[in-house]
Design a protein around this ligand. Structure first.
Ligand code: ADP
Ligand code: MG
Length: 243
């Protein structure tokens, strides 16, 4: 079967800093991969390499069997196959919730306004905020805004969803509602790469845990194996600090 995401020999430097070192990673359709690792280990850079927000220095990135070109029209099309949700919600402050979700489909995908609105309402319903569609981002809680950001990414009908610490900027009482939306997506079969400190999500929803340290994938195993028997000192050390 063609992997939904395939990285082979991916390298990335920032000046003298070798941030991604020969990364090989294959993710099957429907697979949920949680990426763990200490701060600075390269998790965000890995996410950004997957959709080429960050140019890489060597290696291959393929989405659903198609290699991502360095730039140009094909890149825009392939990149829209990858939805991304960040720590900061990055909603458009002067647009309503509904407009936030319909903007990219109408501008980039050339979907009609009516069709985009119908789809947006379905997605907002799916993330539990259908009744907030006419409000502005500042009128919503952080957890609600992050759920809108997820709906907005889904509106482009991505093949893969990347989440980079989606709950790290939230007040503790709002983490659960965002994790729940992510868990629903995972159950529905979305291919997902999730950088998170939510170990409950990693244990329950992930098919695989990838542990990074110093720009390398140090472990790649099932959550059960990773949490019960980490095989590297780096992972044992990491788990000792967070659990
Ligand atoms: P993580 O998400 O695991 O905390 P990052 O991928 O953000 O790690 O960063 C990996 C390393 O690359 C860190 O040492 C960070 O300081 C460095 N880095 C990240 N982005 C840049 C950049 N734009 N310019 C220079 N160094 C960067
Ligand atoms: Mg990061």
């Amino acid at each position: 079967m063609t992997p939904m995401v395939r990285l082979a020999g991916v390298n990335k430097h920032f000046g003298d800093l070798h941030v991604l070192r020969e990364i090989d990673l294959e993710i099957a359709p429907g697979e949920v991969v949680v990426v763990l690792g200490p701060s600075g280990s390269g998790k965000s850079t890995l996410c950004r390499a997957i959709n080429r927000l960050e140019p890489i220095d060597g290696g291959v990135v393929e989405i659903d069997g198609k290699e991502l070109p360095a730039e140009g029209r094909d890149l825009a099309a392939l990149r829209s196959d990858v939805g991304m949700v960040f720590q900061q919600f990055n909603l458009f402050a002067h647009k309503t919730i509904l407009e936030n979700v319909t903007l990219a489909p109408t501008k980039v995908r050339k979907v009609s306004k009516g069709e985009a609105e119908n789809r947006a309402k379905t997605l907002l319903d799916r993330v539990g905020i259908a009744n907030q569609a006419s409000k502005y981002p500042a009128q919503l809680s952080g957890g609600q805004q992050q759920r809108v950001a997820i709906a907005r990414a889904l509106a482009m009908d991505p093949k893969v969803m990347l989440f980079d610490e989606p709950t790290s900027a939230l007040d503790p009482e709002m983490v659960g509602e965002v994790v729940e939306v992510m868990s629903d997506l995972a159950r529905d079969g979305m291919t997902m790469v999730v950088v998170t400190h939510e170990m409950g999500f990693a244990r329950r929803a992930a098919h695989r845990v990838v542990f990074m340290a110093d720009g390398e994938i140090v472990e790649d195993s099932t959550p059960d194996a990773f949490f019960a028997r980490p095989s590297s000192d780096r992972a044992r050390d990491f788990l000792g600090k967070i659990l």
